[in-house]
Design a protein around this ligand. Structure first.
Ligand code: ZN
Length: 419
């Protein structure tokens, strides 16, 4: 972790500043802490492999004891939950390899870690809406000058889209150490991961961010009132005269009135709106935003979805901001170059066809198709790419024929060494 990040960190329990305890075991440079112990008014927390662990769950206290004993390797094993020696050794080998991929690392963590769907994450319908909304809101309030935090951001798939919008590295907060570790290494390189508990007060200073977001996780949070109050606090910059208003985004949260897979403990639309005490929120049915994205934009945040629309959408998106530029039609800009590698979407099987290749859409499982089958609205069933188009992938430039293929997610921009 960057030492500068201590400026925005606070103890989740006493609210005090955190600083490195010099008298205890630590490793790092003048700019970064690699392993060590952070202290506040009330307790001490470990930094493991450059990630501050700001909760007191059993894994954290074991890791803290291991760091104090000068065993950062054992602290990392504790945070990854690797109890079995042979599995731990296999993981250590992958973690220290320069050529191991995201997939290799996930496999080394064993079958209980994360479903097999991460390969398809960048083109699933939930993701493309989350990405479009995060970019629209982020572009409005960050402007390359202010900082973002992605809370419960898991392995950093949406955090990745904030990397070029946030001035200081975007912070990725999640309970699962393995996920934020993967994010920093592969999915969102350069983000600043923090391991913390979404059901506890958030370990950050008031007004530390201009944009606080959480997608595809809020329905699993029990302490929803506290969570939203904390998001409002993180973007509260009223003590800074002349500062532009920030924004809170809760993307893809399930709806109590309409069943969906992995339902969680959702609220009704009014229930969600009532959580906001500081900034008035606007709620959107995800279907309308999805249609905007499939059409290539604009993403229409001037819309006012009526009660019936909100009640019947399985998923909702909530934006709260006083920024006057928020409630407009946001253009969906496409990048002109890949940030990682341009690849054919792994949902396609690829066969040689004359001078080019023939692609056929398929799904990894029936459950996947049920949950994400709406991707058929932009992914064609079959298509043929000529050899010159395939050759363009290696250039990393999104130009010519690739522009439309990229927009439709036939071609995806995957993190380097993803699979
Ligand atoms: Zn404390």
């Amino acid at each position: 972790m960057l030492i500068d990040t201590l400026d925005v960190l606070r103890c989740p329990y006493c609210g005090g500043r955190l600083s490195l305890v010099d008298s205890l075991y630590h490793r790092g440079t003048s700019e970064e802490i690699h392993d060590g112990i952070l202290g506040c008014h009330c307790c001490i927390f470990p930094v493991v492999d450059g990630i501050p662990v700001l909760h007191l769950l059993p894994s954290s206290t074991i890791a803290r004891d291991q760091i104090q004993a000068g065993r950062p390797d054992m602290a990392r094993r504790a945070m990854f939950g690797l109890d079995d020696d042979s599995q731990a050794e296999a993981f250590d080998a992958v973690a220290s390899s320069d050529t191991a991929t995201y997939r290799d690392t996930v496999e080394a963590l064993g079958p209980n870690f994360e479903g097999g769907y991460f390969l398809y994450r960048f083109s699933d319908p939930t993701y493309i809406v989350a990405q479009a909304v995060a970019r629209a809101v982020g572009t409005t309030v960050l402007g390359g000058r202010r900082r973002a935090v992605d809370i419960c951001g898991g392995s950093g798939h949406v955090t990745r889209t904030l990397l070029d919008l946030s001035s200081a590295p975007p912070v990725l907060a999640d309970l699962y150490f393995a996920k934020v570790w993967l994010a920093r290494r592969f999915t969102a390189p350069g983000c600043e991961p923090v391991c913390c508990d979404g059901n506890a007060p958030m370990p950050f200073a008031r007004g530390a961010f201009a944009f606080a977001m959480c997608t595809d996780a809020f329905m699993y949070i029990w302490t929803k009132r506290q969570f939203v109050g904390e998001m409002e606090r993180l973007v509260d910059n009223q003590r800074t005269p002349g500062a532009d208003p920030g924004a809170v985004l809760i993307g893809h949260t399930h709806n109590e009135r309409t069943w969906s897979q992995s339902h969680g403990q959702p609220l009704s639309p009014e229930g969600y709106a009532d959580l906001f005490e500081m900034i008035e929120p606007r709620l959107f049915g995800e279907a309308g935003l999805f249609a905007d994205v499939v059409a290539g934009g604009p993403l229409d945040l001037t819309r006012r979805d009526d009660q019936e629309t909100l009640d019947t959408n399985p998923a909702l998106t909530i934006v709260a901001s006083r920024h006057p530029g928020m409630w407009t039609r946001h253009r969906l800009a496409q990048p002109s170059a890949a940030s990682g590698e341009l690849r054919i979407n792994p949902l396609y099987t690829v066969e040689p066809d004359g001078d080019g290749v023939r692609l056929r859409l398929g799904f990894p499982s029936e459950e996947y198709e049920q949950e994400y089958g709406a991707c058929r609205q932009y992914l064609p069933e079959v298509l043929t790419l000529d050899r010159s188009t395939v050759a363009m992938l290696a250039t990393g430039r999104v130009s010519g024929d690739l522009i439309e293929l990229f927009r439709r997610k036939v071609i995806v921009d995957l993190p380097t060494r993803y699979y």
